[in-house]
Design a protein around this ligand. Structure first.
Ligand SMILES: [Mn+2]
Length: 315
């Protein structure tokens, strides 16, 4: 944390980057950090290559997150919640990080983090990147305003699945309690992040649930194809959250949801409640990453339905 503090202290123009397909953690972390650094006299730009979902627009300062990067070169790039440079999606940034042209502070909590930064503030025991930041702000003796508290709590809420995932620890509750005492608005977070489903999204979820089956290995699997998105007038983004329903069947090995995207890829999401299974080992076989209980991968291709017929001999 001391090194992270030093590298920030030495910089004037700071670019904070969230990962593609942003979630509550990467955006909450970005905005909390933006707020703290701007108050401390830094020139801060926040960006994310993909547009932030409607459910996160309520976060204080969300309009500060740009999609297009300004030409001005920063003195420091801070990445939040990104396990590898590729997660940032900006080609020129990925090259810059690889060439080490500009110092990079990598703040994250993924077990699969590639430690690509000049400094790496990575705590794999933290439930969210905002938990890492919370500890960092404490170390720096930063006063937490209600706005910062809301952003940090939103990240913790998002990554613990409302304190239901196995990464939820005593410290998650301690931090949440402290953030609420500092003015984080829980009702605001819940209303905006969890009660925002559209009818199109619910119809898509219907497809996922209907396609669900338990395979021979005791895993729950389901899929959605491009035609499911077309017919329900929904998009891949509308899948967020549905896998938790699939992953609610007792005594299963794991849950896998396969979804086609518009660019000819299949995105696989893996969840497990089984302590013997490490989801990152499975996602890793397909070039993906994530956490032991929640991981994912993307591979080019499409989903083919196979029908198998066989005759069972009677004795
Ligand atoms: Mn996260």
């Amino acid at each position: 944390m001391e090194d992270a503090f030093k590298i920030i202290d030495q910089s004037e123009k700071i670019l904070i980057l969230s990962h593609r397909n942003p979630d509550g953690d990467t955006i909450g972390a970005n905005l909390a950090l933006h707020n703290v650094l701007a108050v401390n006299g830094k020139q801060v730009i926040s960006a994310c290559a993909d547009q932030i979902p409607f459910s996160l627009v309520f976060l204080p300062g969300s309009s500060k997150i740009l999609i297009n990067l300004p030409d001005d070169k920063p003195d420091l790039i801070i990445t939040v919640d990104a396990s590898s440079p590729a997660q940032l999606k900006y080609e020129n940034i990925i090259t810059t990080i690889q060439k080490k042209d500009i110092p990079v502070l990598n703040i994250d909590h993924h077990a699969t983090n590639k430690k690509f930064g000049t400094e790496n503030l990575v705590d794999v025991n933290a439930a969210s990147t905002t938990e890492v930041l919370y500890n960092f702000f404490k170390f720096m003796e930063i006063g937490i305003t209600p706005q910062i508290a809301t952003c940090l709590l939103a990240g913790l809420y998002s990554d613990t699945g409302s304190f239901m995932h196995s990464n939820t620890s005593r410290s998650s509750f301690d931090i949440a309690s402290d953030l609420m005492s500092k003015g984080a608005s829980l009702s605001f977070i819940i209303e905006n992040m969890f009660k925002t489903h559209t009818v199109e999204q619910l119809r898509l979820w219907g497809r996922v649930l209907e396609n669900a089956r338990k395979n021979k290995n005791g895993s729950i699997v389901s899929k959605v194809t491009q035609s499911d998105f077309d017919e329900t007038q929904s998009s891949p983004r509308d899948l967020t959250g549905i896998i938790n329903y699939l992953n609610s069947v007792p005594n299963t090995k794991m849950t896998i949801l396969l979804a086609e995207d518009t660019k000819g890829n299949v995105k696989g999401s893996i969840r497990t409640q089984n302590n013997k299974i490490d989801a990152t080992k499975i996602s890793g076989k397909f070039g993906g990453g994530g956490h032991a209980k929640a991981a994912g991968f993307t591979i080019p291709g499409k989903i083919i339905s196979e029908e198998v017929w066989r005759i069972e001999k009677l004795d």
